[in-house]
Design a protein around this ligand. Structure first.
Ligand code: UT7
Length: 329
């Protein structure tokens, strides 16, 4: 049983300045702006330089959140970073964020659930706060996917971008909770559809790994597409059911931004009008764990949602994993 509720205090995001357009990609691989736009909806994405790591983006987003709320870094008890592009395999990226912020009282760890990672991380923080273990948690989705992108593979290099988003959560009374439900799922039997094969303990870095380009994202797009539609529909329906709400109760649905055609299929199935479904993949592409939290932050900043509104985040990614959460702004 929950002892406490969880309040969302603020959100923030941080994106690298450099923009890579579809036109730029036309000069790099055999593709066209027309193919990318019609098959995915993406027009451009942000890209980090060689000196910027995932924790740099995560720290940028966290600082925005701390400034907005006047929170000092020492007040944070818990930092969770959702990422598939950590600065290094260890220490955790959350530890680098702690160092960068001076959040010396925080417990720190990373969560790896690919594009569902932010919602998985939110679920962890929710449980720690509800049970009374920690009071103030910083939950971050941060990625530098362009560092694990194969720039010779046109079927994947047009899809991904870099960015980070963060949310500050605090303890509140149980009946005032901002997080109404969280639904998580996974299917390890479909591990082959989206993965980074090289550089882990299965295939440590070697000449062979580099020769076969196994240090980059490998993806079966067509199969993933089908599972993404099915699982995003399932997750969004389950999270609504868990808190006794219906799609029409939502002010906004913020889906993972992998492909506009997936988002449209989801929107049609749960019968939401276009204006109630958030889309920003035209600007950023797929930022994996960072996508839904950046979407939430932008929706709040753009005035698409206001205090008291119900919003649902829903995501799907490698693992396979899927997740959804219904929150009250
Ligand atoms: O974030 C985690 C979840 N990720 C997803 O859910 C991704 C889901 N999958 C997708 O979004 C889509 O499958 C893609 C956008 C990745 C691909 O779109 P598609 O409509 O499934 O294309 P396809 O892979 O079936 O390829 C169709 C054709 C192929 O040519 P042929 O064999 O028909 O001659 C590809 O070689 O398009 C070709 N193609 C391209 N052509 C121009 C693939 N990539 C490109 C490209 N430019 N960049």
């Amino acid at each position: 049983m929950a002892k406490y509720g969880v309040k969302i205090l603020a959100t923030g995001s941080f994106l690298p300045e450099k923009v890579l357009t579809n036109k730029d990609l036309e000069r790099m691989v055999d593709t066209t702006d027309e193919w990318i736009t019609t098959r995915t909806g993406i027009k451009e994405r942000r890209i980090t330089d060689e000196n910027t790591a995932t924790s740099d983006l995560a720290i940028g987003a966290s600082k925005v959140v701390l400034q907005q709320t006047g929170t000092s870094p020492e007040e944070i008890d818990l930092i969770i970073v959702a990422t598939i592009t950590p600065d290094m395999l260890f220490p955790s990226t959350a530890c680098f964020v702690q160092k960068g912020l001076g959040a010396k009282n925080a417990v720190c760890f990373d969560v790896l659930a690919a594009c569902s990672g932010f919602i998985y991380a939110l679920a962890c923080a929710k449980n720690f706060i509800e049970s009374g273990v920690y009071k103030n948690a910083l939950v971050i989705g941060a990625e530098t996917l362009t560092k694990i992108t194969d720039w010779q593979d046109r079927s994947t290099c047009v899809l991904f971008g870099d960015g980070a988003g963060a949310v500050l959560l605090t303890r509140t009374d149980e009946d005032k909770s901002s997080i109404l439900s969280v639904y998580l799922g996974a299917d390890g039997n479909q591990d082959d559809l989206l993965k980074l094969p090289g550089g882990g303990s299965r295939k440590p870095f070697s000449k062979d790994v580099l020769d076969k380009r196994l240090q980059y994202i490998s993806m079966n797009g067509r199969q993933l597409f089908k599972s993404a539609v099915i699982k995003m529909i399932e997750a969004s329906e389950k999270a609504l059911e868990m808190c006794g709400r219906k799609p029409e109760d939502l002010a906004l649905l913020i889906p993972h931004q992998a492909n506009l055609r997936i988002i449209d299929a989801l929107r049609e199935r749960i019968s939401l009008p276009k204006e109630k479904v958030f889309v920003n993949l035209d600007k950023y592409g797929n930022m994996s764990s960072a996508t839904t939290i950046i979407g939430l932050d932008e929706a709040i900043r753009e005035g698409r949602v206001k205090s008291g509104d119900l919003v649902e985040l829903v995501a799907f990614g490698g693992g396979l994993t899927w997740a959804a959460t219904v929150i009250r702004i």
